[in-house]
Design a protein around this ligand. Structure first.
Ligand SMILES: [Zn+2]
Ligand SMILES: [Zn+2]
Length: 297
């Protein structure tokens, strides 16, 4: 009896601390299909706008939700070195869309590029060993997942998103910094470039010291690395096969062409890799050219 009273008092104290800090109470549910974590609520949200958008899809068995606690019990993150200064973070078994995140070493602190739904103690400990996280940037809303939870685990690291995607943030938080314009210089020579296309505020990350100093493009979903890593593609929706138009393709090329890069890292482990290892710029230009020829009426 005494214990029950004690814990009730502790919960009440915790709620008042949270209320004082302006934090909502409840559970921050995650959508099982896309992995997006939503703002705290007493019961699961009615809909997932990201899945209901024509670029995604709702689980054919109906909208399903999970919690971080459940995810921690059933999944784990595999952290693997891809090259000097770059680790991939991949949730196993597959969760949400199945994308990977990357931890990039840079002067001034590591940057987490893209994001995954699971944050657990083992991940936090390993990432801390690798130097922690100074800033986060996510290519587009399909990979926002648990970015706020990641930020909170690493001292409220700022999350840089393009302002055109404000409507897709399902868990607003002061750590999210919306930027405007076409490029944003981060620390250590890293740069975000807004290309549009798949999403209006779609952003890639240029890592100039990647690929042994030849430069790497952290592309996420666009350009999307194909089964043949000598080809990339560009789509408004990948699962629903909705193409982009010619002016959008030309704009993406205009944004990427000036960046010095040789290697491209995509969002998925395609055939265990998901990398255009070399001649990445040529692959982009050639693939865009072929795409434009294909859609010319
Ligand atoms: Zn969803
Ligand atoms: Zn996407």
């Amino acid at each position: 009896m005494k214990e029950a009273t004690g814990s009730t008092a502790a919960i009440a104290a915790l709620s008042s601390v949270r209320a004082a800090a302006g934090e909502a109470s409840g559970t921050a549910y995650l959508c099982v299909t896309c992995g997006t974590q939503f703002a705290e609520s007493a019961k699961p949200p009615a809909h997932c706008p990201i899945c209901e958008d024509e670029r995604q899809y709702v689980n054919p068995d109906g909208q399903k939700w999970t919690t971080m606690e459940e995810l921690r019990a059933s999944h784990r993150n595999v952290i693997k070195e891809e090259e000097a200064g770059l680790h991939s973070i991949n949730t196993e078994p597959k969760f949400g869309i199945g994308q990977r995140a990357f931890l990039i070493r840079a002067e001034g602190g590591n940057v987490l590029w893209d994001c995954v739904g699971l944050v657990d103690d083992a991940t936090i400990a390993r990432v801390k060993e690798l130097g922690g996280i100074a800033a986060i940037a996510v290519s587009h809303p399909h990979y926002y997942t648990a970015m706020v939870e990641w930020s909170r685990a690493f001292g409220g690291a700022p999350i840089h998103l393009h302002e055109a995607e404000r409507q897709w943030v399902m868990r607003p938080d002061p750590c999210i910094r919306f930027w405007s314009g076409e490029t944003l210089a981060l620390h250590g020579g890293l740069k975000l470039v807004r290309t549009g296309g798949h999403f209006e505020g779609y952003q890639v990350l240029h890592w100039p010291s990647g690929a042994g100093g030849r430069g790497a493009l952290m592309a996420g979903d666009q350009p999307q690395i194909c089964m043949d890593p000598k080809q990339v593609s560009f789509m408004y929706s990948y699962p629903n096969y909705i193409p982009l138009n010619g002016s959008q393709i030309r704009r993406i090329v205009e944004c990427l062409d000036p960046l010095p890069f040789d290697r491209i890292y995509g969002a998925f482990f395609i055939r265990g890799k998901g990398i255009v290892p070399t001649r990445g710029k040529e692959v982009v230009l050639h693939s865009a050219d072929r795409y434009l020829r294909a859609i010319r009426g």
